[in-house]
Design a protein around this ligand. Structure first.
Ligand code: SAH
Length: 299
């Protein structure tokens, strides 16, 4: 059996709120290891199609295997979800009946030390979700000014000790470049005065750097604006987010959509995981699901 961590988050809630039925065309913008996609495919078969996008080639390999039995109705793409319009065009679909995101890092990304996402095991400070290009966390730590580091750690990490951490990082890199997750975790731990209760003192700094490396909030707000041209009338758009900054972007975008009159918010309050799921899968703890429905009856 799969490890609990490999289980997709909030599957039951997502499936319920996406309004799936046989024959539907669905876009999974963060197909990852294909966990949600497999469940979605069960609901839209026969006749349904799933287009899956992920910027992580390693995850896509796992998804490709997992979704093998539906290969006739699955289209997988290595791309950023900001390229969704182009991807849909390539498969020849004008729009989809449902579109969803499961943000954050996949369990595989988190558990592969070489990817540099985790302070729990030592590895190079990479943190790129898409390893085919871009700037790594180590590069950022070398190039950014102390002020910019402080801003990133404060804004993206919501870290109260941002100034002390930025100072410590700059002092440390004067001695030698910061290259590994272990070094970063140690420098941050040394700079934080009082440790937060349940979480590792470097948690917020790691989150902040990851968001910066992958421009996570920028990409998310850009693609949500694109949804207008991707989801057909009557179709749904769902996002599972994992921290308050992401959730805020989703909430504001959905509010704007409803105000313009072409969408209706289905989840007045974000939906959280069941107690049972949180007990079984720690990754679900901070998950929040929000859904909007495009007005009209075409789908
Ligand atoms: N739902 C998946 C897990 C998704 S984890 C499952 O059930 O297996 C989140 C995924 O989002 C990761 O694989 C990550 O690579 C991907 N991701 C993050 N930002 C992305 C972007 N801008 N474009 C495409 N994929 C992205």
């Amino acid at each position: 059996m799969a490890e609990p961590e490999h289980r997709p988050v909030m599957v039951r809630e997502l499936l319920e709120l996406l309004g799936l039925r046989p024959g539907l065309v669905v876009l999974d913008c963060t197909v990852g290891l294909g966990g949600h996609a497999a469940e979605v495919l069960r609901r839209i078969s026969p006749g349904g199609k799933l287009i899956g996008i992920d910027c992580d080639e390693e995850g896509l390999k796992v998804a490709r295997k997992r979704l093998e039995r539906w290969r006739e109705c699955v289209f997988l793409f290595h791309a950023s979800f900001t390229e969704s319009p182009k991807v849909l065009g390539e498969v020849g679909f004008k729009g989809v009946g449902a579109m969803y995101f499961d943000l954050g890092v996949s369990s595989m990304q988190l558990e592969t030390p070489e990817r540099g996402f985790s302070f729990r095991s030592d590895g190079p400070l990479d943190m790129r979700m898409d390893q085919s290009g871009g700037v790594s966390a180590a590069d950022l730590l070398t190039k950014m000014s102390e002020r910019d580091l402080e801003r990133v750690i404060k804004d993206y990490g919501e870290e109260r000790w941002a100034r002390r951490i930025a100072r410590a990082l700059v002092e440390a890199r004067r001695r030698s470049p910061i290259r590994t997750t272990g070094e970063l975790a140690e420098i941050v731990s040394g700079a934080v005065k009082r440790w937060p209760k349940r979480i590792h003192p470097a948690t917020r700094t790691f989150q902040a750097l990851r968001i910066a490396v992958n421009d996570e909030l920028g990409n998310l707000s850009r693609v949500l604006r694109e949804a207008e041209g991707l989801v057909e009338a009557g179709g749904r758009l769902a996002v599972i987010s994992f921290h308050s900054l992401e959730d805020r972007v989703v909430k504001m975008d959905f509010k704007g959509k409803e105000k313009e009159g072409r969408w209706r918010v289905i989840t007045k309050k974000p939906v959280g995981p069941s107690e049972e799921e949180v007990r079984e899968n720690p990754r679900a703890r901070s998950a929040k699901l929000r859904v909007v429905r495009r007005e009209g009856e075409n789908v």
